[in-house]
Write a new protein. Structure first.
Lengths: 113, 112
C-alpha cells in the first residue's frame, strides 16, 4: 500500500466553524507533513511530525492546529479561518524525517466563506 | 536568502525531449528533488540527486551540478500525459528535517 488518503476531498466552512482534516498512511512512514497550496503556486510547508513529534511549525497561525494521534494518522484542526485560508491542503509522508521522497495525498480543497 | 528559479512554462511536442532547468541561490543544501503535479492532482516524487551527476529513471533523468548551482530534469519520448507542472525542491543546510523549499514550478504542455 503506497497510498496516502485524505478526507474530506472538499470542505466549505464559515469563518466561525470548527472542522478537521484527516490524513492516513499505512506505509510505515515515520514522518508526516501538512502543506498549503494556492492555485498556480508551489506547496508551502505548514507542519512536520517526525516520529509522532512536532518538529517544525513554519509560523503558521494558531487557527490551524495539527495533531498526530499515532504514526499512521495526522489531523489538522481548523477554527476561525479567514477567506484567504481557502486553498488545497495536502498531506504527505516520508519514510524518515529527511523527507527527500515524500508521498502526497490527493488533498482537501478548502473554501472559507 | 535562498531562491530556486525555474522557467514558468515550457511547450514541446509529443515524442520530443525537453529539459527543465532549476537554478538556485542558497547557502548550501543536501540535495535536489523533483516532483510532478497534474492539474487538480497531488505532487508525485520523480527523483532525487544527493550528489553531482545524472540520475536516470526510465524516460526521466535528473542532473545536479553544485559548482554551477544548477540542476535539470530531462524528459524523453514525451507523451501527452507528461503535461503537468514540475517542481524542483531542496532542503537547506541548517533547515529542519523534511523542510523542502519548492521552486515556483514549470508548467509543461505537450502538444500532438
Amino acid at each position: 500500500d503506497t497510498e496516502v488518503t485524505q478526507t474530506p476531498k472538499h470542505l466549505v466552512m464559515g469563518m466561525t466553524n470548527k472542522k478537521s482534516l484527516k490524513c492516513e498512511q499505512h506505509m510505515g512512514h515515520r514522518a508526516m507533513y501538512w502543506y498549503k497550496q494556492k492555485a498556480k503556486k508551489p506547496p508551502e510547508l505548514m507542519f512536520v511530525y517526525s516520529y509522532e513529534k512536532l518538529s517544525i511549525n513554519e509560523s503558521v497561525p494558531s487557527r490551524f492546529s495539527p495533531e498526530c494521534p499515532n504514526s499512521s494518522l495526522l489531523n489538522l484542526h481548523l477554527h476561525a479561518l479567514q477567506p484567504e485560508d481557502s486553498a488545497l491542503y495536502l498531506c504527505a509522508s516520508s519514510q524518515d524525517g529527511q523527507g527527500w521522497e515524500q508521498y502526497f495525498g490527493p488533498g482537501t480543497r478548502l473554501t472559507v466563506t | 536568502g535562498q531562491s530556486l528559479e525555474q522557467p514558468s512554462e515550457v511547450t514541446a511536442v509529443e515524442g520530443a525531449i525537453v529539459q527543465i532547468n532549476c537554478t538556485y541561490q542558497t547557502s548550501g543544501f543536501y540535495g535536489l528533488s523533483w516532483y510532478q503535479q497534474h492539474d487538480g492532482g497531488a505532487p508525485t516524487f520523480l527523483s532525487y540527486n544527493a550528489l553531482d551527476g545524472l540520475e536516470e529513471t526510465g524516460r526521466f533523468s535528473s542532473f545536479l551540478s553544485r559548482s554551477d548551482s544548477y540542476g535539470y530534469l530531462l524528459l524523453q519520448e514525451l507523451q501527452m500525459k507528461d503535461s503537468a507542472s514540475y517542481f524542483c525542491a531542496v532542503r537547506l543546510y541548517g533547515g529542519s528535517q523534511g523542510n523542502l523549499i519548492f521552486g515556483k514550478g514549470t508548467k509543461l504542455s505537450v502538444k500532438p
